[in-house]
Design a protein around this ligand. Structure first.
Ligand SMILES: Cc1cc2nc3c(=O)[nH]c(=O)nc-3n(C[C@H](O)[C@H](O)[C@H](O)COP(=O)(O)O)c2cc1C
Length: 176
């Protein structure tokens, strides 16, 4: 059995950057990293770092399938999203993913940060001008602009700290 498995969904590479940083932080012993698309149940692990990009406020079906299948494991979540760089928004995302995690797991926390969005999203926003609520639209454009340069070095550093904290707690649970 692995000690740590990092698995993630990432369409444009933002979440992969966080996954790679978390993987680098883990001790070099019985660890694997895997795009969720390659997941076929081939690994069993004590601790799972499960990452996703936020799509319409939540995670993808593949992530839901994985979360729902786990029992008696240590679980940490991570991810990237375009909007709302606030603790409240990140809590909402965490909550929506945790709905799928059975209660017999140990949830060890989550880490989210912003990730740049494709240019088509900005174009879509512009097409909305005059048809949508202007204040809301301006907020979305502001978030788009803010997200442009994320994940950045700070985001990766925070991911590294998050992973170190999770390792400490997971080790305690496993009696190491
Ligand atoms: C189709 C689509 C839907 C999205 N929906 C959301 C959303 O509901 N909330 C949000 O904060 N970001 C949303 N985003 C932004 C992505 O979550 C963000 O850019 C993320 O960093 C992409 O990660 P990836 O590069 O790992 O695929 C959406 C992006 C796309 C392309």
């Amino acid at each position: 059995m692995l000690q740590y498995l990092v698995t993630y969904a990432s369409e444009t590479g933002n979440t992969k950057k966080i996954a790679d940083e978390i993987y680098r932080t883990l001790p070099n012993f019985r660890k694997e990293i895997l795009n969720i698309r390659q997941w076929n149940g081939q690994y069993d692990s004590e601790t799972y770092f499960i990452g996703f990009w936020v799509n319409h406020g939540t995670c993808s079906l593949e992530i839901i399938d994985l979360l729902s299948s786990l029992h008696g494991k240590n679980i940490a979540l991570f991810g990237t999203c375009g909007l709302g760089n606030t603790p409240e928004y990140y809590r909402k995302i965490e909550k929506s993913a945790l709905t799928w995690l059975p209660d017999d797991n140990h949830f060890l926390g989550s880490y989210f940060c912003q990730g740049c969005m494709p240019q088509e999203i900005r174009q879509k926003y512009e097409l909305c001008r005059g048809k949508c609520d202007e204040t809301q639209l301006n907020l979305m454009i502001k978030a788009y602009e803010e997200a442009k340069f994320h994940p950045n070095r700070q985001d990766l550093l925070r991911a590294n700290i998050f992973a170190s904290e999770v390792i400490t707690v997971a080790d305690k649970i496993q009696g190491r």
